[in-house]
Design a protein around this ligand. Structure first.
Ligand code: NAD
Length: 295
């Protein structure tokens, strides 16, 4: 079992850290929010006074931070993680951030003598609690092999997407598909209502026809057909519209930089932005069905 530095103990990082402790790893934890650090200490982690302290004398470091600017700051800026960690430390950033920052931080880590992976996750807070996350990893084969046993204590599917930044690329492509497909499913159910077609009937038929997709069969945006979907609890998240908007923006930013045409991605981003601007950013993203129905 390893000694691991864990930085960023929020909604995702908190339960991920607990699963590492449960598996027998020793954790040196740090978060700028005292309440989140206290919760990790209560679960068995040792408190570090700074990111640098969490990075000192450990075999691996896991970060789970809000956005690219925080990741840059923790590794290359005030956090001084790259500078402080012992040469050869394995650095794993699980935050969802832009591809460019992921590649820049990886290059700095490599120059500092470390092995680094970008390893964003899918599966949400319930997946973090249950240790069933999917990790999409970017980095070297050697780094992936070293990270695998650590990631397996927090997740179920550990996938290697290619070199540095490709984990983030996989994550934003996946979430752009999800964001677009959810709107398509919402429009289908709204049209069905206008045509006098029962939502359950559309679900029964479409889930066995070519309209079938995850947004329909696992996360159905109308109450009834899939009892566990957020539609059955007044669109309490789940995955908030604000988070979806963040990921859509990352996808569109990457598409603009790479010259990829993503017109539906752009339209979907505008719709989630409109939904969030109406004060619904904290609702589940599937609640966009109500806005599309003019409700
Ligand atoms: P969160 O805001 O709950 O947690 C982030 C934590 O980082 C907070 O505790 C915050 O205090 C801490 N932090 C910020 N700056 C810091 C710094 N400089 N040093 C130390 N700690 C710092 O966010 P979350 O929901 O846990 O999400 C974390 C990441 O995971 C995000 O990139 C998000 O996009 C991604 N993600 C979230 C979900 C989800 O369902 N919540 C799903 C998949 C991916």
């Amino acid at each position: 079992m390893a000694t691991i530095g864990f930085i960023g103990l929020g909604n995702m990082g908190g339960p991920m850290a607990r699963n590492l402790i449960k598996a027998g790893h020793k954790l040196k934890a740090f978060d700028v929010m005292k309440a989140n650090l206290d919760a990790a200490v209560a679960a068995g982690a040792a408190a570090a006074a700074s990111a640098a302290e969490a990075a000192r004398d450990v075999e691996a470091i896991v970060t789970m931070l809000p956005a690219g600017e925080h990741v840059r700051d923790v590794y290359m800026g005030k956090g001084e993680v790259i500078k402080t960690a012992t040469r050869g430390t394995l650095l794993i950033d699980c935050s969802t951030i832009d591809v460019e920052t992921a590649r820049a931080v990886n290059a700095a880590a490599t120059a500092g003598g470390h092995e680094m992976l970008d390893a964003p996750v899918s599966g949400g807070t319930s997946g973090a609690e249950a240790a069933t996350l999917t990790f999409m990893c970017g980095g070297s084969d050697a780094g992936f092999k070293r990270a695998e046993p650590i990631l397996k204590t927090m997740g179920k599917n550990i996938l290697h997407a290619g070199p540095a930044g490709n984990g983030q690329a996989a994550k934003i492509c996946n979430n752009m598909i999800l964001g677009i497909s959810m709107i398509a499913v919402c429009e289908g159910f709204n049209l069905a209502e206008k045509l006098g077609l029962d939502a359950q009937k559309l679900f029964d038929i479409s889930s066995k026809s070519s309209g079938q997709c995850w947004s329909m069969t696992t996360y159905c945006p109308v109450p009834g057909p899939v009892p566990t979907s957020p539609a059955n609890r007044d669109y309490k998240p789940g995955f908030t519209a604000a988070m979806m908007l963040k990921d859509m923006k990352l996808a569109l930013q990457a598409a603009n930089a790479a010259g990829a045409a993503t017109p539906l991605g752009a339209a979907a981003q505008s719709l989630y932005a409109l939904y969030a601007a109406g004060g619904r950013g904290g609702d589940d993203f599937s609640g966009v069905i109500r806005m599309l129905a003019g409700k």
